[in-house]
Design a protein. Structure first.
Length: 289
């Protein structure tokens, strides 16, 4: 099992963003909401907002982590979404509890009210009790990501061919007809080959489902919540997000190591984290004035 742990920096007073950088652009892009009293909170060198820097708008012990931007909407690109994630990770690594905000949430000056004041009014003050409740709930928890893959797909397909009687029979028929085919036989053989491919694909999906379910059952014993994400390619059979009490991280690693050992080298598990809880919390902010 491979465990990727993000660095955990100590929380402390951070350098303030300059007045010039805070005023670059009439809008404020919002990454997340955190527990924070630091009026001087800033994170430089991360985020999609160029040289404007990342800073916090604080109010009564909570803060919106933002940057200044002139954009009305950011391009939905891998670079921007990764930058959004990196800002949240950087805030979390400073020791803050992070509530992710939906990507592309932007406040702007409107009706004589500055963007920063609108964030205070609509979010930090307007939703104060909701946010404080979520922060309290999420404070002892972290998200971990688990990706699980087979190490040898040839062996997986070989096992499917050997254990599925219908696939074995059709494969035997096709192998027996492997010599020169008559013109009349070619369409039928092609149909059988297509059918065999579909049967193997269905059997592989069942293998994935069964193995993922077995892993999820074991992880549910040590995680507060387990969610499925989309898998990619034939080898990956599980892509899971776990919401875990910080004290339970060693237990999660133990479960993953035991599962990998039981599979005797047939699977490889990768655990990444701790991460911001984006799969379990997403603040949706709307502007109604």
């Amino acid at each position: 099992m491979t465990t990727v742990t993000l660095p955990n920096e100590s929380c402390g007073t951070l350098p303030a963003a300059s007045d010039a950088s805070r005023l670059t652009g009439p809008r404020r892009y919002i990454y997340c909401v955190i527990d924070c009293d630091e009026a001087a909170f800033s994170l430089d060198g991360v985020g999609p907002c160029g040289d404007s820097g990342v800073f916090a708008i604080t109010h009564d012990g909570i803060a919106a982590v933002v940057c200044a931007t002139s954009e009305e909407k950011l391009e939905i690109s891998r670079g921007n979404t990764l930058a959004h994630q990196r800002v949240m990770e950087a805030a979390m690594q400073r020791g803050h509890t992070v509530l992710p905000v939906r990507f592309n949430t932007i406040a702007e000056d409107k009706g004589g009210t500055a963007a920063e004041q609108r964030i205070v009014d609509h979010v930090l003050a307007g939703r104060r009790e909701e946010i404080r409740g979520l922060l309290s709930k999420m404070r002892p928890l972290v998200e971990l990501g688990v990706k699980a893959s087979w190490t040898n797909m040839d062996e997986v397909f070989r096992e499917i061919a050997q254990t599925n009687a219908e696939i074995r029979s059709l494969r035997k028929t096709l192998l027996a007809a492997g010599g020169p085919a008559t013109t009349g036989r070619r369409p039928a053989r092609m149909t059988d080959q297509i059918r065999l491919g579909e049967m193997v694909k269905k059997a592989l999906e069942k293998q994935k489902t069964d193995l993922e379910a077995s892993l999820r059952v074991r992880l549910s014993l040590v995680a507060a919540e387990v969610r499925k994400n989309k898998t990619f390619g034939d080898p990956m059979f599980a892509n899971l997000a776990l919401l875990v009490d910080k004290a339970q991280q060693p237990a999660v690693e133990a479960v993953l190591s035991a599962f990998e050992a039981r599979q005797a080298g047939a699977v490889k598990l990768r655990c990444v984290g701790p991460l911001p809880p984006s799969n379990f919390v997403e603040l949706v902010i709307t502007w109604d004035d």
